[in-house]
Design a protein around this ligand. Structure first.
Ligand code: 5GP
Ligand code: ZN
Length: 119
C-alpha cells in the first residue's frame, strides 16, 4: 500500500496534518519534529508508507541512499554546526524493542549546541 489512511506521517505527506517542512521532493519529505530533543531535530521519511526499517530490502536501496545522503546538507541548513566540532545524531527507532512510536519509517536527525533535552 502506498498510503495508510490511519498513519499520521502519511497524513503529513498528504498535507492533511500540517508540518514545518525542511525538504520535499518526489520521494522524500523532511520536517521538524513536533517535540525536539535538541536545537535541531527533524525527521526524514519516504513518502510511500513503509512501516519501519524492518520492512526494507534491496529494492529500497536507491530510495534509502537518496534519503541518507540528503542528511549532511539539510543538517547544516537547519543549524547543525560543521563536523567535527559540530555534527549530529541519526536515529532510526524500529519496533517495540527499538521504542518506535510512529509506524511509518522515519530517520531522526538531531543536532545543535548541547545540552539537549534528550539523547
Ligand atoms: P519514534 O519514537 O517513532 O522514533 O519517533 C516519532 C517522532 O515523531 C517523535 O519524536 C515525535 O515527537 C514525532 N511526532 C509525532 N507526531 C508528530 C506530528 O504530528 N508532527 C510532527 N512534526 N512530529 C510528530
Ligand atoms: Zn504512513
Amino acid at each position: 500500500m502506498t498510503h495508510d489512511p490511519n498513519c499520521i506521517f502519511c497524513k503529513i505527506v498528504q498535507g492533511a496534518i500540517p508540518s514545518r517542512k525542511v525538504h520535499e521532493d518526489d520521494e522524500i519529505l523532511a520536517f521538524h519534529d513536533i517535540n525536539p530533543w535538541g536545537p535541531v531535530h527533524f525527521l526524514l521519511i519516504p513518502k510511500v508508507h513503509i512501516a519501519s526499517m524492518a520492512q526494507l530490502d534491496e529494492g529500497h536501496a536507491g530510495l534509502m541512499g537518496r534519503l541518507m545522503t540528503l542528511i549532511p546538507r539539510l543538517a547544516l541548513q537547519e543549524g547543525c554546526r560543521p563536523y567535527p566540532q559540530g555534527g549530529f545524531r541519526v536515529v532510526v527507532n524500529t519496533g517495540d524493542d527499538g521504542l518506535q512510536e510512529v509506524q511509518h519509517l522515519h530517520v531522526h536527525v538531531i543536532g545543535g549546541p548541547r545540552p539537549w533535552k534528550k539523547g
